[in-house]
Design a protein around this ligand. Sequence first.
Ligand SMILES: Nc1ncnc2c1ncn2[C@@H]1O[C@H](COP(=O)(O)OP(=O)(O)OP(=O)(O)O)[C@@H](O)[C@H]1O
Ligand SMILES: [Mg+2]
Length: 259
Amino acid sequence: MNAEQPLLKVSNLSRFYGGRIGCLDVSFDLWPGEVLAIVGESGSGKTTLLNCVSSRLQAQAGRVEYRMRDGRLRALSDMGEAERRFLMRTDWGFVHQNPADGLRMTVSAGANVGERLMAVGARNYGQIRDTAVDWLERVEINTDRVDDPPRAFSGGMRQRLQIARNLVTAPRLVFMDEPTGGLDVSVQARLLDLLRGLVSDLGLAVILVTHDLAVARLLSHRMMVMKDGRVIEAGLTDRVLDDPREPYTQLLVSSILQV
Ligand SMILES: Nc1ncnc2c1ncn2[C@@H]1O[C@H](COP(=O)(O)OP(=O)(O)OP(=O)(O)O)[C@@H](O)[C@H]1O
Ligand SMILES: [Mg+2]
């Protein structure tokens, strides 16, 4: 695939909840291998935007186009439901803040990872299990836990399992909504390290929602700042954090630095 062409093109995306703005007129391109952070205060529209882009939520206006593996740019709205769901199970990943939303809590850890492999056509049980075990190692889960269900795991382990489940199919685009949000600070730091390594090893494109500017700084190349559903500032992460142009971004940055 041509790295000179965007992987995803989002144009003028809007979503309302009744009369209330969820997100308004948001446009951006995402490049292969790029990590884009979406930041902003609570209620600014981050989750709404992420869900509209990933077509988990229907936007009322605008367009999302995705470059398929064959190089063609396709509008998600032109795809059938089955094709879109296939894309979500294979080429895309979605890491939820609450791991229980992205895992099957009562089936084994190995099956949680293996299921995604089967969605891309893997059939050999031994190979599926080997790959699952390999991925548990990659996310630092002791492989003697492979037959345990995630409900027997700690929060940090669950989140690492959710990451393994999402990455095992070698997706090209991963959506993350506050992936470290529910975790203790020490667990967060380790998980961020792990995520940063995986994202760079696999060359993943990521859209990462976070209210934590330190997370954006660590993981993202570029960021967008949202306020009241609109993107009010966007740019390279270091530029936005070191030299914020909008008064609102300046406030956001300085209030974090004072903590
Ligand atoms: N299901 C819903 N029904 C009605 N309004 C909603 C719904 N979901 C979100 N909203 C509204 O849309 C706006 C954006 O919410 P959203 O959840 O996208 O914000 P957010 O930036 O993700 O916030 P947080 O950091 O708290 O997760 C808010 O005004 C919110 O009240
Ligand atoms: Mg949110």
